[in-house]
Design a protein. Sequence first.
Length: 235
Amino acid sequence: MSEPVRLLVHGASGRMGLALLRLAADLPQVQVVAAVQRKVGQRVVEGVPFFAAAELHGAPTFDAAIDFSLPEAFDAVLALCVERGSAFVSGTTGLSEGQRAGLQSASARIPLLWSANFSLGVAILDELVERAAVALPGWDCDIVEAHHSRKLDAPSGTALALGAAAARGGAQPRYASLRAGDIVGEHLVQFAGTGERIELVHRATSRDIFARGALHAAARLAGRDPGSYRLRDLL
Ligand SMILES: NC(=O)c1ccc[n+]([C@@H]2O[C@H](COP(=O)([O-])OP(=O)(O)OC[C@H]3O[C@@H](n4cnc5c(N)ncnc54)[C@H](OP(=O)(O)O)[C@@H]3O)[C@@H](O)[C@H]2O)c1
C-alpha cells in the first residue's frame, strides 16, 4: 500500500476541524501530521501535534492542508501551502474578492480546491438548479438558507454558489438567511411561476458529510499538477 497523504488541518478546534480529526483517524489513506488553531492548550492529542496560528511555519512537512477556519486566518495557510508546494483544500466561507483572487493566482503554483460545500448532494443540487433555471425563463428564483446561530457569514457560501448556478442558467436569484439553534445547513431553491412553483431542497444533518468529502478530496489532490480543481473532478 502507498504511504498515507500527510495532512495539515487548519481550524482544528472548530466544529469542522473536530469532525476532520475524528474521521481522519479511521482513514488509512491519510495521516494528520499537524493540527492548527488560533491558540494551543494541549500540545499533542491522540498522537497529533497541535500548533498555534503564530507557529504555523513550524509545522512539519505535509502533502496537503485542509482549511475550515475563518477568512482572517485563510491567507496565512494558503501562503504556507504555496511556499511549501503543498496541495490546498478549503471550505472557509465569507472570503473577500481579494482572497478569491489570491486563490486564482496560487493555482498557478499548487493544486487547490475551494468549495462552498463538500457534500455530494449539493453538487447534484447545483446541476439541478442550473437545469431548472434554463428550463424556466422568467420565473422568480429565491434561495432560502438556514444555519446554526453561530455562523458568521450570510448568505452562506453554498447559497451563493447555488445562486451562481441559477445565474448561469439565466435566473436572477434573491437570497434570504435564517440563523437559529444548531441547524447544520439547509438550502431551498424555489422557482415560482404563475400558478405553480418548484422547490429544490437540500438538508445536511451531519457535518461529517463535509469533512469526509474534504478528506477524500485532499487525498486525491496531493501530488497533482498545479491548478484549480472542482470537487466533481476528485470525488
Ligand atoms: N465548505 C463546506 O462544506 C463547509 C461546511 C461547514 C462549514 N464551512 C465553513 O468552514 C468554516 C469553519 O466553520 P466551523 O463551523 O468549523 O467554525 P468554528 O467552529 O468557528 O471554527 C473555526 C476554527 O478556526 C480557527 N481559527 C480562528 N482564527 C484563527 C486564526 N487566526 N488562525 C488559525 N485558526 C484560526 C479556530 O480556532 P480557535 O478555536 O483556537 O479559535 C477554529 O479552530 C466557516 O467559514 C464555515 O462557513 C464550510
